[in-house]
Ligand binder design. Structure first.
Ligand SMILES: [Zn+2]
Length: 82
């Protein structure tokens, strides 16, 4: 990875939005097209995806109470009507 592919730079730019499902249709096509043919970015994407899942779990304590309760409901049906 000495010379940086401009497509990779674009992909890195889009990656966060892609993980947030926050891209336009066109941007999704660009990101997915690149991830499909670039090992480097695909690995990055998988890493970021795992990282986010981990962050989501560890950040759940700081979530707004309403959302936290909603998640608890989903996780544990007996928590309904808490
Ligand atoms: Zn790439």
């Amino acid at each position: 990875m000495t010379d940086h592919d401009p497509d990779c730079e674009k992909c890195e730019e889009l990656l966060q939005g892609y993980l947030d499902r926050d891209l336009t249709r066109q941007e999704v096509v660009i990101a997915e097209g690149h991830l499909d043919r670039c090992d480097y970015c695909r690995r990055r994407y998988r890493f970021e995806e795992r990282l986010r899942r981990y962050i989501r779990v560890s950040a759940s304590e700081r979530m707004p109470a309403g959302l936290l309760a909603k998640l608890a409901e989903l996780r544990d049906p007996t928590a309904n009507g808490l």
